[in-house]
Design a protein around this ligand. Sequence first.
Ligand code: ADP
Ligand code: MG
Length: 402
Amino acid sequence: MAKFATYFLMDSEDVLSYVKEKISFFDENSELECEEIGDGNLNYVYHVVDRLSNKSVIVKQAGDTARISEDIKLSTNRIKIESNVLKMHGELAKGHAPDVYLYDDVMNCCVMEDLSDHTILRDALLEFKTFPKLADHISTFMVQTLLPTTDLVMNHKEKKLQVKEYINPELCEISEDLVYTEPFNDYNNRNELIASNKEWIEREIYGDSELRLEAAKLKFDFMNHAQALIHGDLHTGSLFVTQNSTKVIDPEFAFYGPIGYDVGNVIANLVFALVHGDAYNKKDFVGWAEKTIVEVVDQFIEKFDRYWDEHVTELMAKESGFKEWYLEQVLCDTAGVAGLELTRRIIGLAKVKDITSIEETDARVRAERICLTFAKQLIKVRHAFKTGNVYLQALKQSIQNN
Ligand code: ADP
Ligand code: MG
């Protein structure tokens, strides 16, 4: 039987024969090398390069258990979702997604463009590097990928078929637990609090019943609001950047959910970068991060508005005042989700390096409290966050008060 006719988890040697057999990307006489470069929790990522021509590809394969733990069983369907969404993103937001060369539903892998000339944004931000076009690029990406998949623009029957196609129960469950539940009650006993902040967090987060109620409302919005095909994991580790280019990878959490989930994640992860810069007193970097957060919000609103006027087809959505009402809901969700992301990355088990790399205990405690104080406001008075400047003022207040 042919080697790749039934699924198995490939090693580097297998991946070499795989690309030789399956794609015509490389020359006949190429000298291929292959290395596993994945750093995530779930999948295997191989870099394949031809020593002679320097041409290269990435092969990403999903296992039926997570690579961090054999106990976590996951459907390999996520790589199909990822491949299809990457292709769709490439069409909707030109230049902002890697090209997909092949999706293989037997081997549960996908061959895509190698973006090794880019850097993972989180790593670059940890070194206080700045990216002048980031706000412009990411706001464009979000408007151009999110709005076309709503009922505002898409044919309603087509959209319902899409909702079905992108049903993603296992990965949604991860978010429902890690983002929307555990940070508020530790019901799975796997939150990780640093000793010096434990009491403060138990009082300010677990002990805040008003906050928990708002988180519960947001959880049901996430589970029941099939608004648009969202990326679902749009943090700074899913962005590949250079000074002139921004590419979005890893959309395996995609499903039809609230638009604010993506926008809120981008904002929260920029806040982590800013707070990290503040801890090391990097004034220029903090200034850039402030400006970028404001621009992401304001440019998202501006581009949303323009896209709406040019593309909305649903008749009832053209009623006067509907656009403003709709956008207000999106912004309200955005603030709520930004607050949830800030909370869960500090309290829950999936941390961010921006915070964990702060070595000095007092500085770490302060950074965590800045994020959590800001987060509480974002969640509780989320309807108030309607412009970039409102975010900035509230964040500055949290920095001053901690
Ligand atoms: P996971 O889903 O397991 O988190 P990711 O898609 O985030 O996997 O990829 C893990 C790592 O592999 C990334 O942080 C990056 O270093 C590398 N990687 C992924 N896709 C590409 C690509 N298209 N080009 C270059 N490197 C990539
Ligand atoms: Mg991933």
